[in-house]
Each structure stands twice: as structure tokens, then as C-alpha cells.
Ligand binder design. Structure first.
Ligand SMILES: Nc1nc2c(c(=O)[nH]1)N[C@H]1C(S)=C(S)[C@@H](COP(=O)(O)O)O[C@H]1N2
Ligand SMILES: [Mo]
Length: 241
């Protein structure tokens, strides 16, 4: 955010964005007009406009860009944080930071890639694998097919199939670069879905719900791919993370 960092290129409009904007618009509009309008919107964005997910990106000193669809987002201290965890039958539990801290901890050092093209290499994270979290919560025998994640920003949501969620690179992250996840980076607790574009990595985690099917998330109802594998979705060809 400080001025010694270059701003994101205001003219940068990834090829994939035009297609995606158009696709999003096609959901609700006439085909011919929408195709033109989609391109026009993408190209007419001004200097402070977002290239896409999300808000007005600001390059940070750690190489990340700060994204939010809500401003301001309430700041919650780790010691005050808790979230509901709901199973398909309705059984609910409250999970606090101390509960996460008691669970098996996993560290992952991997690249972080936004669908607009920016990437931060070799970011060290740690926290609880979703897989280990579900085991700790005795929720692995569930009939659930999906998980829905909600943010305490009040707007953002994400989802994963159960198969995706059970991978060994999907983390409930509480630390980054050896320190608690900062508010800007989505702390005290954020999701990290390593193999997918970063819009899957929901910030400010405020709840997890087990569901019988996938509920498309914030950007997904706006036309972005639900299965957001890096290099194999959204019309992009990035190196896998
Ligand atoms: N709650 C919430 N989570 C979010 C977003 C957001 O706007 N709100 N943006 C997503 C997108 S598109 C990206 S690229 C990353 C950015 O993470 P950062 O802000 O820590 O760089 O967060 C993802 N998670
Ligand atoms: Mo993103």
C-alpha cells in the first residue's frame, strides 16, 4: 500500500477476464449485447478499478495484493475468534482458536496465485488441514458431499467438494511467514486452497457448514469456475502451484 510499491497495472486486463465477464453477464442478459458490454466494462476500468476478484487491489509489502469485497472488515483478535461448524443433520459446534491450536498442525510452503495473474512464490503457512479438522470434529463419516465456508466479512463465501477438501494441501491457516495471519491477509483464520486460484482461499473465516451439495461461492455466482485448479480453469495456463 505504501508508495514505494508499484501499483497494479491499471490497463491490465487478462484475456480470461473478458471471457469470464461475458460469461457472467450471459447468465442474465441477451447474448449479443452482453458480449460487447462485457468487453467494454473490462476495458473501461479506471486506474483504481479492480481487474477482478476483488475490490480495489493494493500491492502490499509481502507481495500480496489486498482484496476485499467489503470495507471495512471487522478486526477480530485471535483470542476472540470463534466460528460455528455445522454438520448435515444440524449438529453444531463452536470452534475457537484454542481448539484449532490443540489440533494437529501442518505447515505448507507453496505458491499463491490469483486468477488475475499475480503470484507470490514459496509462502510458508501453517494451521490445521481441513481433513484433520473434520477428523477432530468426528465429522468424517458424514453424508456430506461438500463444505461451505463463510467469511465474517458478511459477504464472501466459498465451497469445496468433500474430495477436494480432504486433500493434503487444503489448510485452515492460522499462521503465515511464522506469525499469526494478519488482518489484511484474512486473519485470524483464513482458508488456504493451494492447488486452486486464490479466490478459493477465503479470508476472515467465520464458519464452516457441511452440505449435501456444492453451493457456488461469491465469485462463482459471478461467472468464475467452481473447480478453480491453477492452470486448468478460467481459461488460464499457469504453472501449477
Ligand atoms: N473474504 C474474502 N476472501 C477473499 C477475497 C475477498 O475479497 N474476501 N478475495 C479472494 C481473492 S480473489 C484473492 S486473490 C485472495 C487475496 O488474498 P490477499 O488479500 O490476502 O492477498 O483472497 C481471496 N479471498
Ligand atoms: Mo484473486
Amino acid at each position: 500500500m505504501s508508495s514505494e510499491w508499484p501499483e497494479p497495472d491499471p490497463d491490465y486486463v487478462p484475456e480470461s477476464r473478458r471471457g469470464i465477464s461475458r460469461r457472467a453477464l450471459l447468465l442474465g442478459a441477451g447474448i449479443g449485447a452482453a458480449a460487447v458490454v462485457g468487453g467494454a466494462i473490462a476495458l473501461s476500468r479506471g486506474r483504481n478499478a479492480s481487474p477482478e476478484p476483488s475490490g480495489a487491489p493494493q500491492l502490499q509489502s509481502d507481495g500480496f495484493q489486498y482484496y476485499t469485497v467489503v470495507e471495512p472488515v471487522p478486526q477480530i483478535a485471535g483470542s476472540d475468534w470463534s466460528m460455528p461448524f455445522t454438520q448435515v443433520g444440524g449438529a453444531a459446534a463452536t470452534v475457537a482458536m484454542a481448539d484449532l491450536a490443540r489440533m494437529k498442525q501442518t505447515g505448507l510452503t507453496r505458491d499463491f496465485q490469483c486468477v488475475t495473474g499475480w503470484r507470490v512464490n514459496d509462502v510458508p503457512w501453517s494451521g490445521v488441514l481441513v481433513r484433520d479438522f473434520l477428523a477432530e470434529m468426528e465429522a468424517t463419516n458424514s453424508s456430506a458431499q461438500a463444505l461451505r465456508f463463510v467469511s465474517f466479512d458478511g459477504e464472501y463465501t466459498e465451497s469445496l467438494t468433500m474430495e477436494q477438501a480432504m486433500r493434503d494441501d487444503v489448510l485452515i491457516a492460522t499462521s503465515m511467514y511464522g506469525a499469526p495471519v494478519s488482518h489484511e491477509r484474512g486473519g485470524p483464520v483464513r482458508l488456504l486452497v493451494v492447488p486452486m486460484y486464490a479466490y478459493k482461499s477465503l479470508k476472515w473465516l467465520g464458519g464452516i457448514e457441511m452440505q449435501t451439495e456444492v453451493t457456488p461461492g461469491y465469485w462463482e455466482v459471478r461467472g468464475w469456475d467452481i473447480d478453480a485448479w491453477v492452470g486448468k480453469s478460467n481459461g488460464r495456463s499457469d504453472e501449477p502451484t
